[in-house]
Design a protein around this ligand. Structure first.
Ligand code: CU
Length: 208
């Protein structure tokens, strides 16, 4: 996840690093405040302690979380826009169905009418809309280096957009506990040069 290989994954990694940075600042701030409090020899007038306590509750319990959550929402939303085709937005040229089964992934190409098992082939440099479904329990489709994580829920179809910047093999993993075989519910994503991918799609059309 921290070694992103496409624009969707880059956006997520960026949010992660920002969160990590802010958390570090918060950790240092809280630790310093705690050390100062431990060393303080100040004597409090009656009523002062209550007032100071209220200030901390308002500042640290209401203002700080509101600012932090708002900032996260702004950053997170822009990253989220990379992960999905927006209503009214352009659909990616390629649709792939990722159907979860206990415990394997059925990767179906509606255009070619063909399916792969635990293997997904995608063209490099083109956005791909992955439509997740499930035939039994809730699974979760996740290729950490290429994009966001999305549940595969029985009776529903959800869409996540992936893109690979360079040819290569990327690991995908079911990310929702789905029974005894969950840990082994692994998938390989093969990002191929676009020409090779198109040639492969042509061989699949009409293949049994
Ligand atoms: Cu699963």
């Amino acid at each position: 996840m921290l070694d992103p290989a496409g624009p969707s994954a880059h956006a997520i990694a960026l949010v992660w690093w920002w969160m990590f940075g802010v958390f570090c600042v918060v950790l240092v701030g809280v630790t310093v405040a705690w050390l100062l409090a431990m060393r303080s020899r100040r004597s409090w007038a009656p009523g002062d302690a209550e007032r100071a306590g209220r200030r901390w509750i308002v500042g640290g319990g209401i203002v700080l979380p509101s600012v932090a959550v708002a900032a996260l929402l702004i950053f997170g939303s822009s990253a989220g826009l990379h992960q999905l085709p927006l209503p009214g937005g352009q659909a990616a040229s390629l649709r792939i169905d990722a159907i979860g089964h206990q415990w394997w992934w059925e990767i179906h190409y509606p255009d070619a009418g063909t399916s792969l098992r635990n293997e997904m082939r995608i063209p490099v440099g083109r956005p791909v809309d992955v439509h997740t479904q499930s035939r039994d329990v809730i699974h979760s489709f996740w290729v950490p280096r290429l994009g966001g994580k999305l549940d595969a829920i029985p009776g529903r179809t959800l869409v996540v957009r992936l893109q690979a910047d360079a040819p290569g093999v990327y690991r995908g993993q079911c990310a929702e506990f789905c029974g005894l075989g969950h840990a082994h519910m692994v998938m390989t994503v093969r990002a191929m040069p676009a020409d090779d991918f198109d040639a492969w799609m042509r061989t699949q059309k009409g293949a049994p």
